[in-house]
Design a protein around this ligand. Structure first.
Ligand code: 58G
Length: 253
């Protein structure tokens, strides 16, 4: 997949991509990331990219000319059909479903704003979808763009390797993750749950699903309301709630 990022801070984007799973995916050519700086599309001596908002008020707005030219240059390098995505708090929420949807494209053009954002006419003429990480405001769209790149890249074939088996993961889709433990078996007086030490495959699987569904019920009941529960998950939730009633769980579980 080829991803182009329109940003006033290309170094911020490039430097952040050099690490871990994503860094390796880029090294191996599974993901390619390019940048386009709107400042390179200015005509005046001061290389001005922002201006005062019509109607007055605080803050500055990105000038439409340089932004439009940068988006066009980035889109010309991207594979045809690559959606142009503007990262802003006004967008639709990024969820795993949308991440998966984006992996179907051969490329993406991610537009990161600064100041008070894009001139609305650039959004109207050049943006296909507006995407938000959540209800909070950041000083730039670069961090959300990097989040999109990371989330999309780890779904691409070959990027994660066999680090997580998609088979094992699939049965908890729509639920929060279960708790994880590694050695030592005792840490600060707390031991690893016995079922995980004993290694009976079916018991471990049941325990993990029970933890995942119980945790989801406590922390994110909206996910259960939305996705429903399988017969097995629902039975395990009843067991979990019974265990909670008998005080076998920490209040934060
Ligand atoms: C108001 C303020 C309007 C994405 C800033 C537009 C981007 C949050 C998110 C902006 C972002 C999110 C300029 C800086 C967009 C522009 C950018 N803040 N929640 N800020 O995903």
């Amino acid at each position: 997949m080829q991803i182009e990022v329109v940003t006033l801070f290309p170094d911020m984007v490039r430097h952040a991509l050099g690490f871990g799973v994503l860094g390796r995916a880029i090294e191996r050519g599974l993901v390619r990331v390019g940048t386009e700086d709107p400042r390179e599309h200015t005509q005046d001596v001061h290389r001005t990219v922002d201006d005062r908002p019509y109607g007055g008020g605080p803050g500055m707005v990105l000038k439409p000319g340089p932004m439009a030219a940068a988006i066009d240059a980035a889109a010309a390098r991207a594979p045809r059909g690559a959606p142009r995505v503007y990262l802003s708090a006004q967008g639709e929420r990024l969820e795993q479903r949308l991440v998966a949807e984006l992996t179907a494209f051969e490329g993406l053009v991610l537009v990161a704003g600064r100041y008070e954002g894009l001139d609305e006419r650039v959004i109207a003429s050049r943006i296909d979808r507006e995407v938000s990480l959540g209800d909070f405001v950041l000083s730039g769209g670069e961090l959300p763009a990097l989040a999109v790149i990371d989330a999309v890249a780890r779904l691409l074939p070959g990027v994660l390797g066999d680090e997580r088996s998609s088979v094992e993961e699939s049965f908890v889709e729509g639920l929060l993750d279960w708790p994880h433990y590694t050695r030592p078996v005792e840490f600060e007086g707390h031991t690893v749950p016995g079922v995980l030490q004993q290694g009976h495959h079916a018991d471990i699987r049941r325990w993990r699903l029970k933890q995942a569904v119980g945790r989801t019920w406590r922390r994110r009941p909206d996910l259960i309301a939305r996705g429903g529960l399988s017969r097995e998950a629902s039975a395990l939730l009843n067991e979990y709630l019974e265990e909670v009633r008998h005080g076998q769980h920490h209040p934060a579980d």
